[in-house]
Ligand binder design. Structure first.
Ligand code: GRF
Length: 223
């Protein structure tokens, strides 16, 4: 296991929207439960709520509008420059709605986390709540995983499982999943910040032991 660090882990958070997961990280940090220093929040969309949340917390809030770049490569290279100016040891994708180039993913390999609203490897991509309801699934959930060049395909660190109820709409199911997002993302970031969680040989390791493919499982469906 890595030695305990004496300074908070420098982090950059990437967002595209409301930033409720960012808020969970800010709250954890402010409550002294998360030994991180969020050095910057960067959004690819201007004027989103997440940027306001960052400003309110006194964190530099930047916009890098992907629409003004010629192509995906140009945007990702500019974004890498912006991120690296803050020398983060961890990049946190918190609702960052962009497909990443392999160059970008590989540059941060082992030091970039994402949260995806499904029980990966199920439902990679978009509209996960709708797809789970339409498939008649009994369970749904959310995964925190390391990012690799494969979309939503990196090794999982934590999964939270929630029930799908007969009465669920996309919105009600999304809400139940989001409650768990705000629990498991700070948890995974805390593990990484304290050296407990790392990616090795393509696997997530916790306390020196490989995690199962699903990651550490938090099951809210236990009766
Ligand atoms: C979350 O549902 C997350 O799982 C997905 O994007 C959404 C971001 O929400 N990747 P927020 O911006 O953190 O509120």
């Amino acid at each position: 296991m890595a030695a305990t660090r004496s300074t908070p882990l420098p982090v950059v958070v990437l967002i595209s929207g409301s930033g409720s997961n960012l808020q969970a990280l800010i709250d954890g940090q402010q409550q002294g439960q998360l030994p991180i220093d969020i050095r910057a929040v960067i959004s690819n969309r201007p004027n989103v709520l997440g940027l306001e949340r960052a400003e309110k917390a006194g964190i530099p809030a930047l916009t890098l509008d992907h629409t003004v770049y010629a192509d995906r490569d140009a945007f990702d290279l500019a974004l890498m420059d912006k991120i690296d100016a803050y020398s983060p040891e961890l990049v946190v994708l918190a609702g960052f709605m962009r497909i990443l180039t392999p160059t970008f993913a590989n540059h941060y390999l082992g030091r970039m986390l994402n949260i995806h609203p499904s029980l990966l490897p199920k439902y990679q991509g978009l509209h996960t709540h709708r797809r789970a309801i339409e498939a008649g699934d009994e369970y749904h959930g959310v995964t925190v995983h390391f990012v690799t060049a494969e979309l939503d395909g990196g090794p999982a660190a934590i999964q939270a499982r929630v029930p799908v109820l007969a009465t669920d709409t996309e919105a009600s199911l999304a809400k139940r999943v989001q409650q768990q997002e705000h629990v498991i993302y700070p948890m995974a970031v805390a593990w990484f910040a304290t050296g407990r969680l790392l990616m090795q040989d393509g696997k997530s390791m916790l306390d020196g032991v490989p995690l199962p493919a699903s990651g550490h499982l938090i099951d809210t469906c236990d009766h």
